[in-house]
Unconditional design. Structure first.
Lengths: 179, 102
């Protein structure tokens, strides 16, 4: 069974109220969702909180997911909206804390200088551009899939990806013939 | 171009959480089950309140009807109860002989 058709079967079962099917969807898509949120907000602790909120919201709204729709894109779309809401509300209470930040610090310590430069460049990108880059350059989303997930016009996504990519490569000191 | 994209992807890959994270998945499912329980309890409470309200409204009409019906039905209900008890008793001891084998 292909991953897409397995998703369809699991979504249909979850829409029928199966928590077990939803649990399998969580297992299958948590990595993509959390990675996207980590790149989109740059804060691992917050990203994991948002991922959890996203999956809770997904459970409540699973009935609205159309048959054949990409679960990964749908989850990232919900996650992106949660991220925007969190950014808007200042002083957001953090559920997780030091342990996650320590994980991130450990990863950064072990990371090459390039990674630090990339993170810095990512944090300098506007939020929409950052989300487009996180989906299309890091997570292999097509432009169309990212446009659907982020609810943006296709042309906007393409231009965000192109500009974001140019800025990231510039920060890394990579000369790219295409840009 | 391909090389630059590959380099970006390799650096982005350092952000990836594990493909299987049972701690995270369990935490999510725990929250989901809690939410489900809260929804079921809320629904049950709402249904109970509505049912109590409806009963309170129709009780003046329902009560005389129930009294009349219960007086009329009392012998029938009693007979059914006796028959049921007898069936259960005999079914347990002589069930196979009476064709009541389970």
């Amino acid at each position: 069974m292909s991953p897409a058709s397995l998703d369809e079967v699991l979504v249909a079962a979850a829409q029928g109220g199966s928590a077990e099917a939803f649990s399998r969807l969580v297992e299958r898509h948590q990595q993509a969702l959390r990675a996207f949120l980590r790149r989109a907000c740059g804060d691992w602790a917050m990203a994991d909180d948002l991922a959890q909120e996203t999956l809770m919201a997904a459970w409540s709204r699973i009935g609205r997911l159309k048959a054949g729709a990409s679960v990964r894109a749908w989850l990232c779309g919900i996650g992106y909206n949660k991220h925007l809401t969190a950014v808007r509300s200042a002083g957001r209470e953090r559920v997780r804390g030091a342990a996650y930040e320590a994980d991130r610090q450990a990863a950064l310590d072990a990371a090459p200088e390039d990674k630090i430069a990339l993170d810095k460049a990512m944090s300098g990108l506007p939020s929409e551009q950052r989300a487009c880059v996180a989906l299309c350059l890091a997570a292999d989303f097509s432009h169309a899939e990212a446009a659907e997930a982020l609810d943006m016009p296709l042309g906007t996504v393409k231009s965000h990806v192109s500009r974001g990519r140019a800025r990231l490569l510039q920060a890394l000191g990579v000369c790219d013939e295409a840009s | 171009m391909r090389q630059a994209d590959d380099r970006l992807k390799a650096l982005f890959a350092l952000d990836e959480p594990p493909a299987r994270d049972t701690v995270f998945s369990t935490a999510v499912m725990e929250q989901v089950m809690r939410q489900r329980l809260r929804e079921e309890v809320a629904l049950l409470c709402a249904v109970s309140v509505v049912a109590a309200g409806v009963l309170w409204l129709v009780w003046p009409t329902l009560q005389p009807a129930l009294v009349a019906v219960s007086q009329w039905m009392a012998p029938a209900v009693g007979a059914i109860a006796v028959a049921f008890c007898a069936t259960m008793f005999l079914g347990g001891r002589h069930g196979p002989g009476l064709g009541l084998a389970s």
